[in-house]
Write a protein that binds this ligand. Structure first.
Ligand code: PEP
Ligand code: MG
Length: 539
């Protein structure tokens, strides 16, 4: 698709779903927006217990109550849609299918989500358009219930704006204040869909089937529901459905930065973030996000089962990072990092952690993989796997990503396969790094590497792990040689300790990802050192 002249407005032909003309700032709502204030772990007591059957039933009851309130005062058509949604929430066959999954050891929340996802998938691929149009009604209730489970309500959008997205959930339409005008432009959607029906009943101009186009929040958009068209501000364009994959090497190594050792070797400093809000520390001197610990954003079963919420969080981080690379680590849960509500499941109770837990409970990994695949379209994402011990673990996770990408493709959801790399934090992996052919990159996690190498529990304040530093450094130096030229970095706490820098430079490391507060100390230490870790003359 060729780029357009900036002065020329773009007119896209679409199908009219509801007549009338509306102009207003675009509200890009392809995915649910992230909550405005990111929740901190433990901020809300509800998610801590949100994994059980009782909690899910309660969330379903809350959602039914909300829908019943929406139905009060709604017109007949709106009530029909809401009644259908309530019927699905009460449908005994959904409860039965969920029950069958839980008997096969699935957590009840994931079992319920998977049952609804299967239903959504069937509807999306149905031959008849009215059936396809119902998929969004089910997606809507899934998100509503997961929101109730986690205590996060569905976000509304500013009155008077033009809603732009792949599809729209009926409850969003019903909860929105249309008295200030506004319209709807959907990339796909259906003229027979429930929202189209509601839009016609409320005289909200709406078009469907525009195809994907790029626009920014706030861009002026005109929806012409009479002629079936959308007119966009100059300079926007249609975007192709698939975005080509980026190579791991270009993502990890293209930032030269302007930091160099005393003898002129370029060094990258990235930051580690635990909370998406910490991205504010990403200033121009920072190469990117070297580690985002996703377990601090996904803190309950409800979050772990909520693809849209995860997508919104990852997307926000990627968009804020702009064109800088972002490495998001998949959930490192289990062991001393529990996920509320999951404790008693087989596999989890046995003490599995990191990738082994994700492979033992693939329902968790599949939701996160889909959210990451979809988020990858919005920036330079790489995905990192935690606590990898064996090459086959990477191969199995890559396969899971391929399967989920295929499913997203069948549902025509935009996605991209990100480079998939690994933490090097288990000594057995560090010693055998040359056998991890399918890892796109490596990042040393010295917190766990030290604890497993030196038998010094990381939460034991009496353990003097520092004394084991020479052994850790020797292991890293060996492993860097085994990495055979693949991108290598370090994101464990050792990277933020200036006294370890000479050893880490001597081991061949050139990319350091540190807590934002450690960056100034590391920058100034690097300037005084040569690339082989020796002190620069005059220092
Ligand atoms: C590490 O182990 O060094 C690491 C960066 O991971 P975490 O601290 O999250 O376990
Ligand atoms: Mg670790």
């Amino acid at each position: 698709m060729k780029k357009r002249n900036m002065a020329e407005p773009l007119r896209l032909t679409a199908k009219s779903a509801s007549p009338g003309i509306a102009s207003g700032p675009a509200f890009l709502a392809e995915e649910l927006k992230a909550p405005s204030a990111p929740e901190r772990p433990g901020a809300d007591p509800q998610p801590q217990t949100a994994g059980g059957y009782g909690a899910l039933e309660k969330a379903i009851d809350i959602s039914i109550g909300e829908l019943e309130r929406l139905a009060e005062g709604a017109d007949a058509e709106s009530r029909d849609i809401i009644d259908f949604q309530i019927e699905v929430l009460r449908d005994p066959s959904i409860a039965e299918a969920t029950g069958a999954r839980t008997e096969a050891d699935e957590n009840v929340v994931f079992a319920w989500v998977a049952t609804l996802d299967a239903y959504i998938g069937e509807l999306e691929t149905a031959d008849e358009e009215p059936m396809r149009a119902r998929a969004v009604d089910i997606l809507d209730i899934k998100n509503r219930v997961l929101g109730a489970l986690a205590g996060t309500p569905t976000a509304d959008f500013p009155p008077g704006s033009v809603f732009v997205g792949k599809d729209m959930e009926p409850s969003r339409f019903l909860a929105h204040d249309w008295s200030k005008g506004g319209g709807i432009a959907l990339f796909s959607g259906s003229t027979a869909g429930h929202v189209a029906l509601l839009a016609r009943a409320k005289s909200v101009p709406m078009v469907v089937g525009t195809g994907r186009f790029s626009a920014e929040d706030g861009d002026p958009v005109r929806v012409d529901g009479d002629a079936g068209a959308v007119v966009l501000q100059a300079g926007r364009m249609l975007i192709p459905p698939m975005v080509p994959a980026r190579s791991a090497t270009s993502d990890m190594q293209s930032e030269s930065g302007d930091l160099r050792t005393a003898d002129g070797v370029p060094i990258l400093i990235s930051i580690n973030i635990n909370d998406p809000a910490e991205i504010a520390a990403l200033d121009p001197a920072t190469a990117g996000i070297g580690l985002m610990r996703s377990e601090f954003s996904v803190t309950s079963i409800a979050d772990a089962a909520n693809e849209e919420r995860q997508l919104a969080i990852y997307r926000r981080v990627l968009e804020q990072a702009d064109d800088r690379p972002v490495i998001i680590r998949m959930l490192d849960i289990g062991g001393d990092k529990p996920l509320a509500g999951l404790e008693n499941l087989p596999g989890v109770a046995s003490g599995l952690r990191g990738i082994r837990l994700l492979l033992a409970r693939p329902e968790i990994a599949r939701v996160q993989a889909r959210a990451l695949l979809r988020a990858a379209v919005f920036g330079r994402l790489s995905v990192m796997l935690p606590m990898v011990t064996l090459p086959e673990e990477i191969d199995r996770m890559r396969e899971l990503f391929r399967e989920e990408a295929e499913k997203l493709g069948r549902r025509a959801l935009l996605h991209r396969m990100p480079p998939i790399g690994m933490m090097v934090e288990v000594p057995a992996a560090a010693l055998m790094l040359d056998t991890f052919g399918s890892a796109a990159f490596f990042s040393f996690g010295t917190n766990d590497l030290t604890q497993y190498l030196a038998a010094s529990a990381r939460d034991d304040i009496d353990a003097d792990a520092g004394k084991a530093a020479p052994a850790v450094l020797r292991l890293i130096a060996q492993a860097v040689k085994l990495a055979a030229g693949k991108p290598v970095s370090i994101c464990g706490d050792m990277a933020g300790d200036p006294s370890c820098l000479p050893g880490l430079l001597a081991a061949g490391l050139r990319h350091f990802s540190v807590a934002p507060g450690r960056r100034p100390a590391i920058r100034s230490a690097i300037i005084g050192l040569n690339a082989d870790g020796t002190r620069a003359a005059g220092e």
